[in-house]
Design a protein around this ligand. Structure first.
Ligand code: AMP
Ligand code: ZN
Length: 433
């Protein structure tokens, strides 16, 4: 491939028929690798599955789902499909509870991953003339090295600033003329605050034009706010360590859903309760199969992320199907007073309210034997309450949230900067029940 050309036109615009053919071929290869791992070998033998069991990509349904618990109970080597000498790196997922899950990569896997990330960046207009600054932690978390190698592959000048130290981040942006940054949404908001503290305006005092945000759920309303705060275009980046990390699905410049790279991953949407496949357009749990990994292919992985496949074609010409922004994770959902609630339903309301700031926290607790949902939200700025404005705002949020989630919340408006700050993935819900 010619250096720096990451519009892989032939692959990215394959006809549906050719794409399915490629997927089937790659599924058989992935199946072959997987059969060499202790976990899948036993499974395939038990079910009598061989590469010939797959005549069509939809035959993938013959393979049982793989879950996070399966990865945990076969930690660390149970799904490794190559001799360890051929593995050159491992990463783990950012989950903070229970045993970690670890994913192994061969040289081939790392090269293919870097290409996918380069393809994503190219699709939003990033070129080798750009300066790319990565604010992700470099280490076991895939957002660091994943973007590092992708941006290098594309030919950007990279600034591996890593997480934290916002003043230093901003100094780097100014010194090196950073044009593109990658950050978690919660951290962008924090950066914007530090710009203000330093009396700098990102529009005037930096060359920033593109922001890549991902790694955690966020709403369209939050994205629009972030774009305004920094004066950039912000593109949604989706990935998970079990499928490499970043570079699984990415918005193109049309910002109408995230193209999921179907030459590398096969997507399915299922009903998380019945486990039945759902047709395009319906929201359910995303299930992914890695089609181009060798060291540790994972087949029909239940991501626990809720989304839908957006029917229809994207004006950009890419034929790979688009997923909608992640609505939440099945395990983020909480139940209070019999209602199922996703934090994003509440975020949406808070973020479209001009008077509220960017940080919020939902606390669930039991008060006098009844469950209560407390929504604390920072105000954008402190204002004196001469005309009962705070009271009116509290009442407005109360009604809008109650109408959306069908549970009456307790609303508490708090001072700007008073809620816990998020340098990593944000904690939105604390359950004290
Ligand atoms: P990890 O494997 O630790 O990198 O975490 C992956 C998880 O982060 C995914 O399964 C999603 O739940 C979440 N995630 C990653 N990117 C996004 C995104 N763009 N929007 C929403 N959630 C995301
Ligand atoms: Zn597109």
């Amino acid at each position: 491939m010619e250096m720096n050309v990451f519009w892989e036109e032939e692959l990215e615009t394959l006809s549906l028929r050719d794409l399915k053919r490629l997927q089937l071929r790659r599924l058989k290869t992935a199946f072959g690798y997987a059969s060499q791992s202790p976990y899948y070998r036993v499974m395939f033998q038990r079910l009598g599955l061989t590469a010939d069991s797959f005549g069509d990509i939809e035959d993938i349904r013959k393979i049982p789902f793989t879950t996070k618990d399966d990865l945990r109970s076969h930690y660390p080597y149970g799904l490794v499909a190559l001799p360890l000498r051929e593995a050159v790196r491992l990463h783990s997922s950012s989950g903070t509870t229970g045993r970690p899950t670890v994913i192994f990569h061969s040289r081939h896997d790392l090269a293919s991953w870097a290409n996918l990330v380069a393809r994503c960046l190219y699709s939003v207009g990033v070129r080798d003339t750009d300066v790319f600054q990565n604010t992700s932690g470099y280490g076991m978390f895939t957002g660091g090295l994943g973007f590092q190698y992708g941006a290098e592959r594309l030919g950007c000048l990279t600034v591996p600033a890593a997480a934290g130290n916002s003043r230093r981040q901003i100094k780097f942006m100014r010194d090196f003329g950073t044009t593109v940054i990658h950050a978690i949404p919660g951290y962008v908001v924090r950066l914007a605050d530090v710009f203000r503290e330093m009396e700098l305006d990102p529009r005037r005092d930096t060359n920033l034009k593109t922001l890549v945000i991902g790694a955690e759920p966020h709403t369209e309303e939050q994205r629009r706010r972030i774009e305004t705060l920094l004066g950039v275009k912000a593109f949604n980046s989706y990935g998970l360590s079990e499928m490499n990390g970043p570079g699984v699905a990415f918005e193109c410049t049309h910002q109408t859903g995230l193209h999921l790279w179907e030459d590398a991953f096969y997507p399915e949407i299922i009903d998380p309760d019945t486990l039945e496949p759902l047709p395009d357009g319906n929201t359910g749990e995303l299930v992914l199969t890695s089609l181009d990994r060798q060291a540790m292919p994972i087949l029909r992985y239940r991501t626990r992320d809720l989304t839908r496949i957006i029917p229809g074609r994207c004006p950009c010409g890419r034929t790979h199907r688009r997923i909608d922004r992640i609505k939440g994770r099945t395990d983020d959902m909480f139940i209070i007073k019999g209602c199922n609630i996703f934090p994003m339903q509440i975020e949406k309301i808070l973020m479209k309210t001009p008077e509220t700031g960017n940080n919020y926290l939902i606390t669930l607790k039991t008060v006098h034997q009844a469950d209560e949902m407390l929504v604390e939200v920072e105000l954008k700025e402190l204002f004196t309450d001469n005309y009962g404005n705070l009271e009116k705002l509290t009442q407005k949020l109360y009604q809008e949230i109650r109408d959306e989630v069908l549970v009456a919340p307790r609303i508490k408006l708090v001072e700007p900067g008073s809620l816990p700050k998020n340098d990593g993935k944000a904690v939105r819900v604390v359950d004290l029940r």
